[in-house]
Write a protein that binds this ligand. Structure first.
Ligand code: UDP
Ligand code: MG
Length: 310
């Protein structure tokens, strides 16, 4: 029986890339022997012609091409989740539509899954060419930090581009959390993953939807979603400062008993009060970040809303 490979493709303002992507995958189709392809294009609320391009592909190849269109932009994580849910294949791959994830790697990835006991073949970039140096620097720092403070391993340079078995996809789908950080989720579910290295590819068309600020927020989300270490820091700072000030009070009382009470040190008192107040706000902010996550999680809203599907 021929097996089926589902290709999940999140798209956000990608009208130029969509047909190029389809063409590129069709070109390597011959190398995937005995495999039937199934495309799931997810239109993540783009208002350009992305949906029209998907509809055109679907008309031309109704047996293999499917698409889902969201009611608004829900973000790539939501689009990935939706695609994994819709996919029916024995194998599922998630790919960016901008051809930064080379389809030419698919035959090798498939070969590995079929001939070994790996459950997943991931890809990682060995270099970050074409990226601003400051961004690479912060990216490296992020991976170092999160791997120190999280039990879940987040592989540096790993792309979302990966090929998974049905079993692993089902495991990912069982994690129905609202705050989705795929890099963590892929790793959290476990299974055996092999990483293939490849050189960074430039986008084929359009432009990236990430800027420095959005990447920064994304990394904070990653940390909050997969580590409770910031809470430990808050508790630690609180503990140290209360022990410290307890000792200081003791010192002052003893000094008063021996030397009387010259009223001095007003400025230093205010400074210390402000300092402690600042630390308290900082810790409260950390706690608030987690409460915010809990809040969105308990509201239990859908991760995405579908407007159209075929
Ligand atoms: N994307 C999406 N929703 C978003 C942002 C991006 O579905 O809100 C898609 C986008 O169309 C692309 C993939 O996610 O297929 C990766 O985005 P991008 O190329 O902008 O990121 P980069 O490759 O620069 O990390
Ligand atoms: Mg890209």
């Amino acid at each position: 029986m021929t097996k089926k490979l589902s290709i999940v493709v999140p798209c956000y303002f990608e009208e130029e890339s969509i047909p190029l992507f389809y063409k590129a995958v069709e070109e390597i189709k011959g190398q995937l022997n005995e495999i039937e392809l199934e495309y799931w294009f997810i239109n993540d609320g783009s208002t350009d012609n992305s949906l029209k391009e998907m509809q055109a592909l679907q008309k031309a190849d109704p047996e293999h091409v499917h698409y889902v269109s969201f009611s608004r932009n829900f973000g790539k994580e939501a689009a990935l989740y939706c695609g994994l849910k819709e996919a029916t294949g024995d194998y599922v791959t998630v790919m960016d539509v901008d051809l930064q994830d080379p389809p030419a790697m698919l035959p090798e990835m498939l070969e590995i899954l079929e001939t070994s006991d790996y459950d997943c073949v991931g890809t990682r970039r060995v270099d970050r060419t074409g990226e601003p140096p400051i961004r690479s620097f912060f990216a490296r720092m992020f991976y170092r930090l999160i791997n120190k403070i999280s039990d879940t391993e987040i592989v540096d340079g790993a792309r979302d581009y990966r090929l998974m078995t049905r079993q692993m996809v089902d495991a990912i789908l069982s994690m129905s959390e609202y705050n989705r950080f795929s890099k963590g989720i892929f790793s959290w579910v476990g299974f055996k993953t092999k990483y293939l290295n490849y050189e960074n590819q430039e986008r084929v068309a359009g432009q990236t939807s990430w800027n420095f600020w959005s990447l920064f927020k994304y990394s904070i989300d990653g940390i909050v979603n997969f580590s409770q270490f910031p809470l430990d820091i808050a508790a630690f700072i609180g503990f140290i400062s209360s022990v410290g000030s307890g000792l200081a009070i003791l010192f002052i009382v003893i000094r008063y008993l021996f030397h009387g009470d010259p009223t001095s040190g007003w400025a230093s008192t205010i400074c210390i009060m402000l300092f402690i107040g600042g630390i308290q706000l900082f810790c409260l902010g950390i706690v608030g970040k987690y409460i915010g996550k809990i809040f969105t999680e308990v509201k239990n809203r859908p991760v995405y809303i579908i407007k159209e599907k075929k």
